[in-house]
Design a protein. Structure first.
Length: 336
């Protein structure tokens, strides 16, 4: 449409082609930058873009045709001969390992992610090594297969070495060496193995003792907390509630402690003797009466066994309150 009679392009077409060539070479204009990004993406995906005006006129070099499978094979052979897969990626300087790899039409190999990042930030689709333009890309797995082979060899070598050393030590146990130097090393190895077993057993017992002591400390702490909380709550209970508990116990006419089965009444002779400490009594908020020493021992044993605050020994009511009392003639007197 823009050609003249002699097949040449008109001045307007040539002017537009020169402008496009200048903008492409210098990355000018937002539209051209967008075209560059689109072309970069398409080149990475092995697709060809339509020729622009500058390429049609001949001001810019036309892209090469798509490579055949034979040409791609030749490029891969060239990369292998160069030892590319034994070296890290030229962009990130990290080994290829199992990451996705790509080979360019110029036979240079990179990580797929590294090449995409290089194209995106540089704005030009040029090879990072040889600066070849308008390259083609093909996904390969040569580096991954080489990494798998190396890993398999290392695992097999480790396994064979472990088995060989184990068999060697077993044979030494059956036939100890007679050479003084070798025998000394053999005895030192046996002594070290025995010492390690003893140390492991001692460590295991030490850990068991530490766990036991920690459990004992925890149980004692819980018992103290339970008893202290009961004493505090007992002082906060209303006097009317304590009077109801007192009347309920007096109506039952209980005279013995349900734990030790001995009398709870404190006589004058008892108060004057050392046994008065044992005869101290406590009244619970559930109206049951016990010796203070009996209830304290019951709480300690219960906490040590279950790890929880115990309930009343008779009615099993939880979180009971208690108050110190004195029993005289089957009647309760609250102590201060």
């Amino acid at each position: 449409g823009g050609r003249g009679r002699e097949g040449k392009y008109s001045s307007a077409v040539m002017s537009a082609a020169f402008q496009q060539k200048f903008m492409i070479e210098h990355n000018l204009g937002s539209d051209m930058a967008r075209i560059r990004r689109r072309q970069t993406k398409r080149i990475t995906e092995r697709k060809r873009t339509n020729l622009n005006l500058a390429q049609r006129v001949g001001l810019l070099e036309r892209p090469a045709p798509l490579l055949t499978e034979a040409e791609w094979t030749a490029a891969r052979v060239k990369a292998k001969e160069r030892g590319t897969h034994h070296h890290p990626c030229p962009i990130c300087c990290e080994p290829f390992r199992m990451a996705k790899q790509v080979i360019l039409s110029c036979s240079h190999v990179f990580h797929h992610t590294c090449l995409r990042s290089f194209e995106r930030f540089s704005g030009n689709a040029v090879c990072p090594i040889c600066r070849a333009k308008d390259y083609q890309v093909k996904v390969i797995d040569d580096g991954a297969r080489l990494y798998k082979a190396k890993s398999i060899v290392l695992i097999q070598a480790w396994f064979r070495g472990t088995i060989a050393r184990r068999r060697h030590y077993e044979m030494l146990e059956l036939a100890p060496p007679t050479n003084p130097v070798a025998r000394k090393a053999f005895l030192m190895r046996r002594l070290a193995r025995t010492s390690n077993k003893i140390m492991k057993e001692a460590k295991r017992k030490e850990d068991a003792l530490d766990a036991l002591f920690a459990q004992i400390d925890s149980n004692l702490k819980l018992s103290r907390m339970a008893m202290d909380a009961a004493d505090i709550r007992g002082s906060l209970l209303a006097s009317e509630e304590w009077m109801k508990a007192k009347e309920a116990w007096e109506k039952r006419e209980d005279t013995d402690c349900p734990i030790c089965m001995s009398t709870v009444e404190c006589s004058r002779k008892t108060r004057k003797k050392k046994a008065a400490a044992h005869k101290k009594c406590v009244l619970l908020s559930c109206s049951h009466l016990f010796h203070h020493a009996c209830l304290t021992n019951f709480e300690r044993f219960a906490v040590a066994g279950s790890g929880k605050a115990p309930g009343c020994p008779i009615c099993r009511s939880e979180l009971y309150l208690k108050r110190h009392v004195v029993v005289q003639k089957n009647a309760i007197n609250f102590s201060s």
